[in-house]
Design a protein around this ligand. Structure first.
Ligand code: AP5
Ligand code: MG
Length: 216
């Protein structure tokens, strides 16, 4: 059976880092709502413009367009055949219910929902030092994972950038939004017996091992 996983957790906990490791090592495609929105912004589409007005304020993009955007990808042949890791979706109970309905109808059960957990001061440190590649999306951190050459991606040599929503005020708002709107998903999936808590304080390799432990 193809691997189907959901990663939930606050901003900066390491969802994107772990999704990249899973994709690289297990060949399971990542579907990251944040990455897709940023590509739409870059391409200056209508959806990108709408998304930007929320993302820049640290608010969630409305459920309707987000659900539509993600379900379209989950329905693709590739996702059906090869499985997927969801990074950043669902993020509200409404999104989780829409996803559940879709996957039940398509008979594509989720094996495991991972709740990545770390203290708020660590999150702030991770987000304040994050750098990302403008071309391939590889993630770095000024102190935890510095690039070999200053300001350049190890993988493709392109310039690195700081995300527009990684400013102190926006980070604070993203954490508030997580606590209010996304953290109830922990109980939602716990009630369904799907949840696994993972301490994401450890280094990325150790967190990875815990996430995939026992997955076929
Ligand atoms: P999104 O892009 O999903 O951002 P986020 O949830 O705030 O999470 P981040 O990407 O900031 O953090 P991450 O957990 O991926 O951590 P990372 O691996 O980079 O969403 C952005 C915005 O889009 C939202 O605010 C919202 O507006 C909108 N949006 C997205 N999805 C939506 C949805 N479903 N509904 C509505 N709106 C939506 O790691 C962070 C740093 O820490 C890196 O520098 C990394 O190198 C470092 N690091 C990672 N792991 C470790 C470790 N174990 N040890 C040390 N350092 C580490
Ligand atoms: Mg991310």
């Amino acid at each position: 059976m193809p691997i189907r996983l959901i990663l939930i957790g606050p901003p900066g906990v390491g969802k994107g880092t772990q999704a990249a490791l899973i994709e690289e090592r297990l060949g399971v495609r990542t579907l990251s709502s944040g990455v897709i929105f940023r590509a739409e912004i870059e391409a200056e589409t209508d959806l990108g413009q709408l998304a930007k007005s929320y993302i820049d304020r640290g608010e969630l993009v409305p459920n309707g367009v987000t659900i539509q955007m993600m379900l379209k990808r989950i329905r693709s042949d590739e996702a059906r055949k090869k499985g997927f890791v969801l990074d950043g979706f669902p993020r509200t109970i409404r999104q989780a219910e829409a996803l559940e309905l879709e996957l039940n109808q398509a008979e594509m059960p989720i094996q495991r929902v991972i709740s990545l957990e770390v203290s708020e001061d660590v999150l702030i440190r991770r987000l304040s030092g994050r750098l990302g590649c403008t071309k391939c999306g590889a993630l770095y951190h000024r102190t935890n994972k510095p690039p070999k050459r200053d300001g350049l991606c190890d993988v493709c040599n392109s310039p690195l950038f700081v995300r527009a929503d990684d400013q102190p005020d926006t980070i604070r708002q993203r954490l508030v939004v997580f606590n209010e709107q996304t953290s109830p998903l922990v109980e939602f999936y716990e009630e369904r017996g799907m949840l696994r808590h993972v301490d994401a304080t450890h280094e990325a390799e150790e967190v990875y091992r815990e996430i995939i432990e026992g997955l076929s």
